[in-house]
Design a protein around this ligand. Sequence first.
Ligand SMILES: Nc1ncnc2c1ncn2[C@@H]1O[C@H](COP(=O)(O)OP(=O)(O)OP(=O)(O)O)[C@@H](O)[C@H]1O
Ligand SMILES: [Mg+2]
Length: 353
Amino acid sequence: MAISLRGLTKVYGTGAGAVKALDDITLEIPDGAIFGIIGQSGAGKSTLIRCVNLLERPSAGTVKVGEVDFTSLSGEALRQARKKVGMIFQSFNLLSRRTVFGNVALPLELAGWPKEDIRCRVAELLALVGLEGRRNHYPSQLSGGQKQRVGIARALANNPEVLLSDEATSALDPGTTRSILALLRDINEKLGLTILLITHEMQVVKEICHGVAVLEKGRIVEQGPVFDIFADPKERATRDMLGQDLDAELPESFAGLDFSREPLPGSDLVLRLRFFGDIAAEPVMCDLIRRFDLDVNILTAHIDHLRNMPYGTLVIGLSGEERQRQAALKALRALDLRVEVVGYVAKALRRAM
Ligand SMILES: Nc1ncnc2c1ncn2[C@@H]1O[C@H](COP(=O)(O)OP(=O)(O)OP(=O)(O)O)[C@@H](O)[C@H]1O
Ligand SMILES: [Mg+2]
């Protein structure tokens, strides 16, 4: 189910001590998407996700899940509507005195399911999350990753259409994080579940999200498809979040150089190319050299992965005839690449570095 937030605002407290944790958030999360919200500590991420299922009542604005306006509901109607929304937590929130079976069965018991149906459903859920053999274990006998699998099974018990995840992998090591993210992706594909996850880790967004919004001081400063945000972050907050992922910087030896917009005699034309998916850099470069009779100098190259798809940045210097360089630039722009002209820089200068 789609999630639609309109003008969502949350103020904690009143008077001088009031804190505006969310400020006019409008966001559409399409049905079936894995959507990430990323932000620094205190940005309002937990508040936002808790407002989606009305664990926190917004001060203003509306939350719609599918066609249902959650903000108009309360009491029993809200409790019923919430069954469509499962939630998992950083700290797992398992009951230590219940077994794995007992934890997963809890929401079904609360919903009044018959015992036999509960047994079947829990077995199915434990198989889905890969915990068949752990049915009678207690949380204290499980690893962090296994605990989160129990949390996921419990969240899915009532067949929700939406899964909310509040930093579900933040307490896990990188390997376990990957396996939990793979499970979430699997669930998204198998069950068509819409997943809204919040995180402060860019890696999480890179591995599984389709779309992402950047939250800063209660406001969304940037949002879009994950690739667009990675390839071309517009806002300072986004660049800060990307941190070392911002691989698109120029080589250090270029720091402090003056790039000219006009071709100086004997200068290199420096281009930054960003590609996504199957465009392989090598044939593109060979083609430039061959077709346009240019020297192509690769200054930096970096390849990473988004949802298993390669993406990368290449900074190249072209030297040769200006007319040929412009023709090459045009050819590059026709490809499935983002091309940015950094500028012209004197060759002699670069050689001196
Ligand atoms: N129950 C509350 N009462 C008063 N202020 C609160 C409450 N919960 C959160 N806040 C404030 O709202 C702001 C946003 O907090 P929130 O927990 O949503 O941030 P967060 O992005 O989840 O941070 P973190 O990454 O540290 O979990 C913070 O300034 C916080 O102090
Ligand atoms: Mg939080």
